[in-house]
Every structure is written in C-alpha cells, then in structure tokens.
Design a protein around this ligand. Sequence first.
Ligand code: FDA
Length: 309
Amino acid sequence: MVRQLLLAASGSDNVRRLVQTMPLSRRVVERYVPGPATEDAIRLTARLAARGLLVTLDHLGEDTLDRSQAQAITDAYLGLLGRLAETGLASAGEVSVKLSAVGQALPGDGEKIALDHARRICEAAEAAGTTVTLDMEDHTTTDSTLAILRELRADFPSAGAVLQAYLHRTEADCRDLAYSGSRVRLCKGAYAEPESVAFTDPHQVDLSYVRCLKVLMAGDGYPMVATHDPRLIEIAGVLAVRHRRAQGSYEYQMLHGVRPDEQRRLAESGEKVRVYVPYGDEWYAYLMRRLAERPANMALFLRSLVSKR
Ligand code: FDA
C-alpha cells in the first residue's frame, strides 16, 4: 500500500513540486545521490574504485518532454565520459542511461532521437574505453528499449541491457539475450506495474528472478546480478559454481547507499561488484522509488521533512 502510494507519487508533478520545495533534509537524498555535479560523481567513483569496487554512473533525469533537455542530458553524459577518461577512471566507471531522459518519450520521432543520442554516448564511451548500459523503465517502453539496444549492439556489442524479473515476459527475454558477449543486468523492477504484465506478489517476483538467473548463468552472456536480496545473492553464487563460471565472468551490482557492507564483503571475496551511482539535480523520482522499496526508509524521510538541516 505504502509502496503503491510512493510509486504513484514518483510520477506526480504536484507531489514533486511539494517535496522539492519542502525543507527536505539533505541526509535522505545524500544517502543515495552524491551531488548535482559531474565532479561529485567523479569524486565518489574514485573513492569506490580505491575500495576495489566498480561503478556505473546515472545522470539523473527521466521522461524528458523537451528536445533541448534531451540534448542537454546527452551532453552531460559526453562531459562525464570525458572526465572519466581524463582522470584514469574509465576502467572503473561505466554509465547507465535512461532512454526517456535522452528523448524516447518525445512525441513523434522520440525513439529515433533517443537512438541517436544513445549512439553518441556509446561512441564517447568507446573512445573513453568503457561501456554503456541502458536502464529499463516502465513496461510500455520495454519493446522500444530492446529495439534500440539491438540497433546499438550492431556497432557497440558491449552495450548492456536491463531486464526486470517482475515482468511476465522476462524469462523469454533472458533466453533471447543469453548469448556470447551480451551484458544483461537482472533486477526485480522498480515501477508500479499492472497484474496483466507483471507479478505483483513479492514471492512470485523472487521466484521469477531465480528462473531468469538460471537462464542467464547457464547461457554464454555476462550476467549482472543487480539485487541487495541476501537469498538471491546466495543463489547467484551457487548457480555460478554449478555452471563453472569463474569469478569475473559475471558481476554483482547494488545501489549506492544500500548494503555497503555487503558490497565490500563480496568484493573482498574476489567477486566483481559494481555500485550504481546516480547524480544530478533531478533526484525526485529516483528517491521515491528507493523509499518505496523499503518502508523503514519512510521514517527517516518523514523525520527529514521537519528537520531544519
Ligand atoms: P528488495 O527490494 O526485496 O530488497 C532486498 C533487501 O535489500 C531489503 O530487505 C533491504 O535490506 C535492502 N534494500 C533494498 N532496497 C533498499 C533501499 N532502497 N534502501 C535500503 N535498503 C534496501 N529497476 C528498474 O526497474 N530498472 C532499472 O534499470 C534498474 N536498475 C538497477 C540497477 C542496479 C545496479 C540495481 C541494484 C537496481 C536497479 N533497479 C532497477 C532497481 C531494482 O529493480 C529494485 O527496485 C531494487 O534493486 C530493490 O530490489 P532488491 O532486488 O534489492 O530486493
């Protein structure tokens, strides 16, 4: 119930205006977002890399309905990739891109604009010596995002996909994408989806995640296990052993600010671990999805609304 409310609020302009102008304590946002500027993202990447962690950077923004804004977000990614190269951090940091931030939701030729922008980001990533992963948004965009991924992979085979275990279709998508060189991030899924397309019972989502993980781990691709769920992390480890996968032929991924001790533990045991770091001003929808995932975070959030800080 709280989750549904928060997810509905994540898409509401009225609630966004209200929350963004409230004396929202920096503490809640800072737990998940290092800051608004490219240099905030670069500094955190350097810090995490020094601890043996890999990073994927997301310039916050989504559902862009303005062409110049889509261009501005693309330019921000190009600037970020330039800085990753200049600072020698490109081997530790890649980028995650929401296609709706770079034009997918624009009326008319939005899909083509998003493809052109994503192509420019992939070129810059290749020049910097790193990779791009396309985030996955709500189910109405899945076909379009996978079509854009196919186009990109023709020129940039390392372009990564995200699949969401809560969608009924995802086990089949995993089968399609479990081929050599195919980087696939498997997550549970963070949007409010109807029962017609998604499992809504958390236990069913977990079972689907395990089925999808089995397909990816048995396949020839490069699975990216994006979850903080201790049981799923353990199952991923068992499947890796069962399929004789060496450490480094798959990786774990977690969000910045969530279970940092577990991130360190896995990295110290020799696993590849990548931290998803969002940065920028447009933190509102991202924050609401994180609060929806964990009701305990709500208490901290509500306290922050009345805090003076
Ligand atoms: P679950 O939500 O069941 O959490 C398991 C445990 O992890 C909790 O019990 C708690 O201990 C901890 N935890 C989880 N979330 C927390 C939080 N916010 N704060 C504190 N503790 C928390 N989704 C999507 O739809 N499209 C995408 O492209 C992506 N991309 C993405 C990348 C990466 C690297 C990650 C890790 C996740 C995503 N997601 C995503 C989000 C994903 O779909 C999902 O919503 C979250 O990862 C939470 O799900 P868990 O698998 O962690 O399980």
